[in-house]
Write a protein that binds this ligand. Structure first.
Ligand code: HEM
Length: 442
């Protein structure tokens, strides 16, 4: 759409912006960091300060459309300057309302408290032990073959099994769950906006298994994670319905699978194209953590999240009426030149890089962020242990300088569809330099 000579990119239907969304985001931001889009009825926030302010402001902005995004119509006609009551009355009619991401205030924090039982330091340490073993096995297999298609053979199974372990899914059921999840559509399809927006289809496929675990553990408590989840209570002492716990468990897979797998792919691509960086990280594993933070900023796997204005307010200079849909461009904010010096350049030593918005900010900040950070760090640590080099397959991706790479057709998820890498085995197993923040697996 042309407005005053500006050709507005369409992030929601246009495949051409998938390869490089950053140029299009820069074009929108240079018009305004808070822009009422002409081609769709929503406001797009691409400025870092403005995006942070919206994420932190639960009073004026509701998360009810966080998962489904701006394309689904509201289930009511907004009335007045405060639609909090309307949102509450119609909450169940919003697409994606079954995920706890879509709740606000006390309803959200009560559900988040249930999940936080899974993310205790001791549980994360046990989970990290599992990650090491799994990563060793997957990387060793890939190196033995001389390479692999990293997204499907390594990244996706790795992250799915890690979440299954976190939840305590019995070993014999993990493959079945992994196969179902691998076939699930990504949210935010540019071809079919409804695909992947609701968890209902996934719940139909794996919900029965989780319901059975929870019913069983309530009747026969054991010393395991599923028992912890099954017997968890809301902060007010009430017991959640089985269905509620099932949706929480499924949402963990939905929220943590593709996001982490795509971050692994985006980071592996950067490493494959930068052999000197591989050498630096291999020689000093403590650099893997800052490397990943800069990758999260530069190529984070969640490009956007969404809010609905529930009270009339302002973002920056723009008046926002109650009922306005807001698209928060995390990818745009994380390359905002007002916040980041030389934002399109990878810098291993970027100051305060952890302030990026790749995991969101505020009450809904990614609860899985310690797990995501650990799993990707552990995987690359094991990669540097077993491989002395990773390059892109020229046969699959073309020669350096004119690579052929495909990105998922999703306006939400930033990630490669496939990544073929060639791996050179490590010649000698010298004792690796250990990362300073690595959790002991002894
Ligand atoms: C690189 C990997 C990941 C990225 C980039 C990512 C990104 C995000 C973002 C941006 C949000 C905030 C959404 C909002 O404010 O509307 C979020 C929320 C969430 N994430 Fe992640 N995530 C990742 C991995 C994970 C993992 C591994 C898990 C769990 C195993 C997970 C579970 C969740 C949950 C449960 C929420 C909702 C939190 C709430 O509403 O309170 N994520 N994630």
């Amino acid at each position: 759409m042309t407005a005053g000579g500006f050709q507005e990119p369409d992030f929601f239907t246009d495949h051409s912006v998938l390869l490089d969304p950053y140029e299009a985001l820069e074009a929108v931001r240079s018009q305004s960091p808070v822009r009422q889009m002409k081609s769709h009825d929503f406001v797009m926030v691409t400025g870092f300060a403005e995006a942070t302010a919206v994420l932190l402001d639960g009073e004026h902005f509701s998360s009810v459309i966080a998962a489904a995004g701006p394309t689904a119509p509201l289930p009511f006609e907004p009335e007045g300057d405060d639609i909090t009551g309307q949102i509450a009355a119609h909450h169940h009619k919003f697409v994606g309302s079954e995920t706890f991401l879509s709740f606000d205030g006390a309803q959200h924090s009560a559900r988040r408290a249930l999940l936080s039982r899974l993310f205790t330091p001791s549980r994360l340490r046990a989970n990290e032990l599992y990650m090491h073993g799994l990563a060793d096995r997957l990387v060793e297999d890939a190196v033995a073959k001389g390479g692999c298609e990293l997204m499907h053979e390594l990244a996706t199974p790795y992250v799915t099994y890690v979440i299954a372990d976190l939840l305590g899914v019995p070993d014999e059921d993990r493959k079945k769950i992994a196969d179902i999840l691998a076939a699930a559509p990504l949210p935010g399809s540019v071809d079919d906006a409804d695909a992947g927006a609701s968890l209902a289809p996934l719940a139909e496929l794996v919900g029965g298994m989780f319901a059975a675990y929870i019913v069983d553990r309530r009747a026969n408590p054991r010393e395991d994670v599923l028992t912890d989840l099954a017997t968890a209570k809301f902060p007010d002492g009430s017991t959640p319905e089985v269905g509620e716990l099932v949706m929480l468990a499924i949402f963990l897979f939905a929220a943590g699978q593709d996001t982490s797998a795509k971050l692994i792919g985006n980071s592996a691509l950067h490493l494959a194209e930068n052999p000197e960086l591989q050498d630096r990280l291999r020689a000093d594993r403590s650099l893997i953590a800052p490397f990943l933070e800069e990758m999260l900023r530069l190529e984070g796997s969640s490009k956007v999240t969404h809010r609905l204005a529930r009270k009339s307010t302002r973002i920056g200079d723009l008046e926002i009426p109650a009922g306005k849909k807001i698209v928060i461009s995390l990818a745009g904010a994380d390359r905002d030149p007002h916040r980041w010096e030389d934002p399109d350049t990878f810098k291993l030593d970027r100051p305060r890089v952890k302030e990026h918005l790749a995991f969101g900010r505020g009450a809904h900040t990614c609860i899985g962020n310690p797990l995501a950070r650990a799993e990707v760090r552990v995987l690359f640590d094991r990669f540097f242990e077993h491989a002395s080099g990773m390059t892109l397959s020229q046969a699959q991706h073309g020669p350096a300088g004119s690579r052929r790479l495909d990105y998922e057709p999703s306006y939400i998820v930033r990630g490669l569809t496939e990544l073929y890498v060639e791996l050179t085995p490590a010649t000698a197993h010298a004792a690796p330099a250990r990362s300073s923040d690595e959790v002991s697996v002894a």
